[in-house]
Design a protein around this ligand. Structure first.
Ligand code: GLA
Length: 409
């Protein structure tokens, strides 16, 4: 090899090492913005564009006073429909009819309740619902969001090119702008899992990325109308488990728990509502896969069954476990599926789902968990602990999920 070639090779290696190092630094720096999956309330599925400051204040009051903030639901994520165009200097504005006091006053109010405020934009000129978006205004908008006191940005991908290199670039542009704003603002990548975001969203500076098209309030898309049911999203997420970890999460989209098929976008495309067993399965598996938890039901008029699911501290503790592992599926014969997740403190979480339409007896050999003689099984839905030897036996109702935290003590 000539001296010239050697020199070129050395410079290329140097550039590659530098790029790798800077990619890692970007990811690490922004990883700290969401070390456990973000939890909160997202406006879209229930309220669509029908949002305003009064509503957000009421939701903040409710979350602060009624157990949600205490359980870990810290964010109010304002979704599409808040925007009111730009002023003469191109500063993005909230709709003056919906948010007459402005976003800064609203963020101050939300913060005064011990909560955080998220907002929404899109990596193109317009959002999915046709409002002003942030493409080509990334730095200016990030600065505005920071001045308002925003803590999180859901960044959508409607009207943008279907190309993963372009998507990576557009999300990185926004993440860099948020970083430069000086405020800690986490970035939610919302590209619906179509351009392999698991390969670039974290490097771009995203704290999480959507893995699927929009969730609908249904178990399964049997009518093939293009909606995503609970079990459909579980199927999509399952092979991606290795990509989740502290600061970079698989976003399985909003919880439909308690929506009861009552209108809103999640009731389109066959979203007729679910049984409470199905809602419990959604909560169980969103926690097993360490997905962000964004509630979207009628939180101001909710029922006890909904609260029972959303406020179960034992299942939330699995979601928020510091190891940040997503569950993996274990080979198991029969109709039911088995998922395991390592937890901190030498504990494991085990989920058994019955995806079939009939009750299913299960006999689960404990050898799939390890080789101890005895295990303690804490049923996180029944709140009961039993000691198990050799095998766990039980029956699961259609679409039911059982979840246990398991220790050897
Ligand atoms: C897309 C997103 C939804 C919601 C709407 C708003 O469909 O995936 O979650 O934000 O846009 O227009």
């Amino acid at each position: 090899m000539t001296f010239q070639l050697l020199k070129l090779r050395k410079s290329l290696l140097f550039i590659a090492a530098f790029l790798l190092a800077s990619l890692n630094t970007t990811a690490t720096k922004r990883d700290s913005l969401a070390l456990t999956p973000p939890m909160g309330f997202m406006t879209w599925n229930k309220y669509k564009e029908d949002i305003n400051e009064q509503l957000i204040r009421q939701i903040a009051d409710k979350m602060a006073a009624d157990g949600y903030a205490e359980a870990g639901y810290k964010y109010i994520f304002i979704d599409d429909g808040w925007q009111g165009g730009r002023d003469k200097r191109n500063n993005i504005l909230p709709d003056p009819k919906k948010f007459p006091s402005g976003m800064k006053a609203l963020a101050d109010y939300v913060h005064s309740k011990g909560l955080l405020l998220g907002i929404y934009s899109d990596a193109a000129h317009l959002t999915c619902a046709g409002y002003t978006a942030s493409y080509k205004f990334e730095e200016q908008d990030a600065k505005t969001f920071a001045q308002w006191g925003i803590d999180y940005l859901k960044y959508d991908y409607c009207h943008a090119p279907s190309d993963s290199a372009v998507a990576h670039k557009r999300y990185k542009k926004m993440a860099d702008a948020l970083q430069k704003s000086g405020r800690k603002i986490a970035l939610g990548v919302c590209e619906w899992g179509q351009l392999n975001p698991e390969l670039w969203a974290r490097q771009a500076g995203g704290s999480l990325w959507r893995v699927s098209y929009d969730v609908r309030d249904m178990w399964k898309d049997i009518v093939k109308q293009g909606g995503m049911g609970i079990i459909d999203i579980i199927d999509i997420t399952e092979p991606l488990y290795k990509y989740a970890g502290p600061g970079h999460w698989l976003d399985m989209d909003m919880l439909v728990v308690g929506l009861d098929g009552k209108g809103g976008p999640s009731s389109d495309l066959g979203g007729v509502g679910c049984t409470y067993s199905e809602y419990q399965t959604q909560m169980s598996m969103w926690c097993m896969f360490a997905s962000p938890l964004a509630m979207s039901h009628d939180i101001l008029n909710e029922n006890e069954a909904t609260r029972h699911i959303l406020l179960n501290k034992e299942i939330i503790a699995i979601n928020q476990d510091a190891l940040g592992e997503a569950a993996h599926r274990i080979d198991f014969p029969g109709a039911c599926r088995i998922y395991l997740r390592q937890l901190s403190g030498n504990r494991q979480a085990l989920a058994i789902i019955n995806p079939s339409n009939t009750p299913q007896p299960v006999q689960l050999p404990l050898s799939i968990i390890g080789n101890a003689k005895e295990y303690s099984f804490r049923d996180v839905w029944e709140h009961k602990t039993t000691r198990q030897h050799k095998a766990w036996q039980g029956t699961l109702q259609p679409h039911e999920t059982k979840v246990f935290t398991i220790t050897t003590q």
